[in-house]
Design a protein around this ligand. Structure first.
Ligand code: HEC
Length: 155
């Protein structure tokens, strides 16, 4: 009887731990922001990492547009591939856990789009098609920026 009770308590604790982990995984480390957006709470070094990645995305968008304007498909391939899924693999797991699920999903889909743009440019898709893809991807940048901001502790 006694060991049954202990097993039950252990099970409850286990379920509570999983539930807390799942809740944290979905919500990430967030607080309401001062401007209506949700603020993701990061360490300054993590914030710097995310913002550097963002500037990389902007650089890629600029490269794609320049390549499209000059008809230089290789420029488009290089620019978009630099922001593809391979670039996202360097993110450390502790930072990943702090990002809300919606944020991660949108971020990953931008990296996937960049790989798709690189593939399209490689296979000689018309520039209009590439611009359409890039414009759809930019819609995701806009969506994320209007929902989330970053708040770094200790700075
Ligand atoms: C999953 C969410 C998300 C996506 C997708 C996203 N961003 Fe961001 N970006 C952010 C957040 C959060 C910030 C910080 C904003 C703040 O704190 O006010 C940011 C900041 C930036 C900055 C400022 C960098 C700095 O040094 O201050 C640039 C530039 C930027 N993003 C470009 C882009 C571009 C271009 C895309 C699309 C190709 C993009 N971002 C897609 C979330 C995202």
């Amino acid at each position: 009887m006694k060991s049954n009770k202990i097993a039950f308590i252990a099970l409850l604790l286990w379920v509570a731990t999983i539930a807390a982990f799942a809740w944290f995984f979905v919500r990430g480390s967030t607080v309401p922001g001062t401007d209506g957006r949700t603020a993701v709470m990061l360490q300054p070094v993590e914030r710097d990492f995310v913002l550097a990645e963002m500037r990389g995305l902007l650089l890629s968008v600029q490269g794609i547009l320049e390549g499209a304007h000059q008809g230089d498909m290789q420029r488009i391939v290089r620019a978009s591939r630099a922001a593809g899924m391979a670039a996202a693999e360097e993110v450390n797991p502790a930072l990943m856990l702090k990002l809300p699920l919606g944020f991660k999903t949108l971020g990953m889909s931008v990296h996937r789009d960049m790989d798709e743009i690189a593939k399209a440019a490689e296979s000689g898709a018309p520039v209009a098609e590439i611009l359409k893809m890039a414009s759809t991807t930019l819609g995701k940048c806009v969506a994320c920026h209007s929902a989330w901001r970053i708040k770094a502790g200790n700075d």
